[in-house]
Write a protein that binds this ligand. Structure first.
Ligand code: AMP
Length: 396
């Protein structure tokens, strides 16, 4: 059964077509710069060379036409007709408190996702556009919504409540939601499989460290705490996001710089984090190269990043009263062994002990702990698309 996975952003649309009989990727691609000059589709069919086609995409509907044309193309397509697509899985960022799991998309579901748009104004409306287009184009194909927030709905109230009036929780559902849930779930379950253990018996800390970064405490297969909060701005230092700060800084900066609250939030989202501290780049590869060249400010940014990752892991060891495994994933987590080693150095008190040689790996599944380590250290590459396709298959 072929399942199309769609991740619709405000100016991009990522897709993957998977054959779920053997979980292989038939094609993967992205439409970029939708609604902006220079839009293009990059399409990689299985076993063939990747192609890039430039062309006007005034809106997401145009982009979807490019995707479907690419999939059925005689030259670089992977299926003969659209009928070979049996279901569509949509990534949806915010499901609020409505969704604690994936769901078949119905009109009621669409309404609930619309209601959550307030909580994710950049993401949910774009996700809804994708759903609407496919509903029109392929009305008889079942569609499933897979939410970034759903996995974290198992958090207890003591983990998701902020220390502000409970009235605001009641009035506005102001609370921690957490994100990257699809990735955290995939990695936690894959970790259990990899270790040959039952997920119910494991306390795992998943470190999803990419351009956006978050950490999740997974106890017995359930998320019990996570570092991102009401929005994806809270928690770790990220490429351009500040992560945790004293909230009073917002007013202080607005007054001192003579800028609006919106501008301060924009600054915290887009000009802070690794970019802000290094005064150099938001890309961890640039930072890695700069550190190798002796760039002290890049080193400082990375020190702050690693320290904060370690602090969160320590706090989740407290939340779960111990941990069995620390798992690194996403662009940086899967590829940067120095960062992993530096984080693990803070954790020897927990029984983390790593094999430096085994840690020299990129984007492969590996246990890089020593045989005597009480806590396992692993790299498990994430695969959100496969997880979305699996959830879709399960429901249709
Ligand atoms: P993601 O958001 O998971 O795509 O991760 C993106 C981040 O991971 C970027 O900051 C990249 O610089 C970093 N990254 C990706 N590949 C590598 C690599 N091979 N080595 C180090 N960092 C990487």
């Amino acid at each position: 059964m072929n399942i199309l996975v769609i991740n619709c952003g405000s100016s991009s649309l990522k897709y993957q077509l998977l054959d779920m009989s053997n979980e292989t990727v038939l094609a993967v691609g992205i439409c970029d710069r939708i609604g902006i000059e220079g839009s293009k589709i990059k399409h990689k069919p299985q076993g063939k060379k990747a192609i890039t086609i430039e062309g006007p995409m005034a809106n997401h509907k145009d982009a979807v036409s490019y995707v479907l044309d690419a999939l059925v193309s005689t030259e670089y397509g992977v299926i003969k007709t659209m009928d070979e697509i049996k279901a569509i899985g949509h990534r949806i960022v915010h499901g609020g408190e409505f969704f604690s799991g994936s769901t078949i998309i119905t009109d009621e579901v669409i309404k609930a996702v619309e209601e959550c748009s307030d909580l994710a104004p950049l993401h949910n409306p774009a996700n809804l556009i994708g759903i609407d287009i496919f509903k029109q184009l392929m009305p008889n194909i079942p569609m499933v919504g897979v939410f970034d927030t759903a996995f974290h709905q198992t958090m207890p109230d003591k983990a998701y409540l902020y220390g502000i009036s409970y009235e605001y929780y009641k009035k506005y559902k102001l609370r921690r939601y957490g994100f990257h849930g699809t990735s955290h779930k995939y990695v936690a379950y894959r970790t259990a499989e990899f270790l040959g253990k039952n997920i119910e018996d494991l306390k795992i800390v998943v470190c999803h460290l990419g351009n956006g970064a978050s950490i999740c405490a997974v106890d017995g297969g359930k998320s019990v705490d996570t570092s991102m909060g009401f929005t994806p701005l809270e928690g770790l230092l990220m490429g351009t996001r500040s992560g945790d700060i004293d909230p009073a800084i917002i007013q202080f900066l607005a007054n001192k710089e003579g800028i609006s609250l919106d501008q301060v939030i924009d600054l915290l989202n887009k000009k802070s984090g690794i970019l802000g501290l290094s005064l150099y780049s938001s890309d961890f590869r640039d930072i890695e190269d700069a550190i190798a060249d002796g760039h002290s400010q890049a080193k400082l940014a990375m020190d702050v990043f690693e320290y904060r990752v370690a602090k969160y892991i320590g706090s989740y060891a407290a939340s779960m009263n111990g941990i069995d495994a620390v798992v690194f994933t996403a662009g940086l987590g899967e590829n940067n062994g120095d960062m992993r080693a530096n984080v693990c150095k803070y954790l020897t008190y927990l029984g983390v002990e790593i094999d430096e040689e085994l840690n020299k790996c990129r984007s492969i599944e590996r246990d890089f702990s020593t045989p005597n380590a009480k806590v396992k250290s692993l790299v498990i590459p994430t695969n959100e698309e496969l997880m979305i396709a699996r959830e879709t298959l399960k429901l249709v």
